[in-house]
Design a protein around this ligand. Sequence first.
Ligand code: NAD
Ligand code: DAU
Length: 351
Amino acid sequence: MSKTILITGGAGFIGSHVVRLFVNKYPQYTIVNGDALTYAGNLENLTDVQQAPNYIFEKIDITNEKGMDELVSKWAFDAVIHLAAESHVDRSIVDPLAFVRTNVLGTAVLLNTCRKHWGGDYAGKLFYHVSTDEVYGSLGEEGFFTETTPYDPRSPYSASKASSDHFVMAYYHTYHMPVVMSNCSNNYGSHHFPEKLIPLMINNIKNSRPLPVYGKGENVRDWLWVEDHARAIDTIFHKGVAGEKYNIGGFNEWKNIDLVHLLCNIMDRKLDREPGTSARLIEYVKDRAGHDLRYAIDATKINRELGWNPSLQFEEGLEKTVDWYLNNEGWVEDVTSGNYQKYYEDQYVRR
Ligand code: NAD
Ligand code: DAU
């Protein structure tokens, strides 16, 4: 069946993997990537699909009510997969209102625009909201987040994502809009912006720069291969039940300091350095304010009800990730220098 789908944030890390999967796997779908191209959005992430006949890029800010209205009028979307967000916790501590604008207001504008255009006739329609495990707060040494864990966000980022989740469920209950939502753990893989832990460490190890570990490095995260997240989104989009939420995770918990040591070992081997060379770059620095201790997702529901499972072992995924960064040094240079903004101009404005 043909469909026209808006994927917001499709030029970002996870969004670009979701766009690639949908464009390649579903030639009968028209995939419209709607993205504002903030510092985190990069069309170079999608050069392999940009010529595909079922792929379209639209530069759009989801907080712009008029622009969203025009976009939805133009394309008459059957479905939205909403990933656009400000996504970095440290930035949310510096500038919380940017997170309120995009994550809360932007999500509400998107929901309201769909409500207006779908006009209560929701046959064949779906609003899929991509959220995070951080809305559940911080775990102690034991336990997991399930879909019924009460929300307890503790950073401006997670508070803004929690608020957007509530708006999505409000549109389900109040207007009967068909929605699904997923809350995923930490992703890793290619095209990850080097402000986040894994790509930042890979980049700094490569350049023999200090490796800043927050606090004592005891915080725990549950890491999932980004392509497994994209597969989970595909599964939920096609098989999920409206009004339901699904947790996605890798059952793969790592203390930050252990993960950094593992990366150091992999990089020493790949860069032909003496074992132990990169680990000497580790520096314990001031902790993140309000730093959540531990996240761990119970992904039983999506496995039991929809048959999804993570496909890749972490060590194998990390090796692939390191290889990607070592083979794509130009990408890292571009995203850290702002050259990709020029790519957009060349690709879309001047021609
Ligand atoms: P990202 O920061 O790499 O990408 C975000 C994208 O959204 C960028 O392309 C950016 O240009 C776009 N964007 C930002 N503001 C916009 C606006 N106002 N209008 C239109 N586009 C805008 O983020 P990511 O890591 O790929 O995360 C994608 C989604 O997945 C987010 O909603 C995030 O909360 C969620 N998530 C991320 C992770 C993770 O580990 N990265 C885990 C779980 C959930
Ligand atoms: O859990 C899902 C979330 O994972 C997503 O919703 C967020 O969008 C995504 O950014 C990520 O949030 P984290 O805060 O967990 O990711 P980050 O890579 O920023 O940090 C991972 C851990 O590493 C965290 O405990 C903080 C620590 N850290 C991070 C950086 C950037 C360091 O010790 N040093 C660093 O330089």
